[in-house]
Design a protein. Structure first.
Length: 252
């Protein structure tokens, strides 16, 4: 661990303790002539630079709200809400999804709840906005409509049952946001997946198109000409948890 007090470009000053991968040098732990750069999820990188250490803060977009769709129940998981499933470290899936969005650059996060709504709301991290989808049983489309309808900003949508999609993928998709007209999504080996970014100008229309379990799929297909894509297969696993077998992989 490395304590630092440093000055970044533009006059930023700060102090804190940061973990440096690999070996640390004598004293401060930062080799002479190197720069400490904080990346996604608090990871640090050293870059060669003369004279001083420089903290590069992770990009955060106040115009994009992280949106976790966590209303459904696992029909092949003995009827348990996926949001309440616990991973090997004891973290629930909804806690993991919120952390991925926040660590990836979305400080403002909303969670759509439905099945066992009170229980899911109780385990949501502090500061999360809870949106209740009364018609959640209709499918993911109903959850997306409820979530988008509760926001006044762009939304970066993440499904609660994808624990393999973390902050790195969130950060890549978020970096494509250039304004209210943005539509963007992650791809995995060229196949579109989550997270999906729905710009503020598209929010109402995307919500209106959502139905059943397809969410915004049809809307994104209709707007393929402006949809921006970024490959995330090297930093995330898009497999969702649908069965007890799927869950056992993450629970052990």
């Amino acid at each position: 661990m490395l304590p630092l007090r440093t000055r970044a470009k533009g006059g930023y000053q700060g102090s804190g303790t940061y973990r440096i991968p690999g070996r640390s040098g004598a004293g401060s732990g930062v080799p002479a002539g190197c720069v400490l750069s904080l990346g996604v999820a608090g990871r640090a990188r050293l870059h060669v630079r003369k004279k001083r250490a420089l903290i590069v803060p992770m990009r955060s977009d106040q115009d994009v709200t992280g949106l976790v769709l966590a209303a459904g129940t696992g029909r092949r998981l003995d009827g348990r809400p996926k949001a309440l499933l616990r991973l090997a470290d004891g973290t629930t899936l909804v806690e993991r999804a919120v952390a991925a969005l926040r660590d990836g650059g979305c400080p403002d996060v909303a969670v759509v709840v439905g099945a066992q709504a009170d229980a899911v709301a109780d385990v949501c991290p502090p500061g999360v906005r809870v949106v209740r989808a009364a018609d959640w049983a209709e499918g993911m489309g109903a959850s997306l409509r409820a979530g988008l309808g509760a926001l006044d900003s762009a939304a970066l949508v993440l499904l609660v049952d994808m624990p393999g999609v973390g902050a790195e993928a969130v950060h890549r998709v978020l970096s494509l946001h250039t304004g209210p007209g943005t539509l963007a999504a992650a791809t995995y080996d060229g196949r579109r997946g989550h997270p999906v970014l729905i710009g503020a100008d598209h929010r109402e229309a995307a919500a209106a198109s959502a139905h059943g379990d397809v969410g915004a799929r049809a809307y994104l297909a209709e707007h393929a000409a402006i949809l921006r894509l970024v490959e995330c297969g090297d930093v995330a696993e898009p497999d969702d948890i649908d069965t007890l077998g799927d869950w056992s992989r993450w629970a052990r």
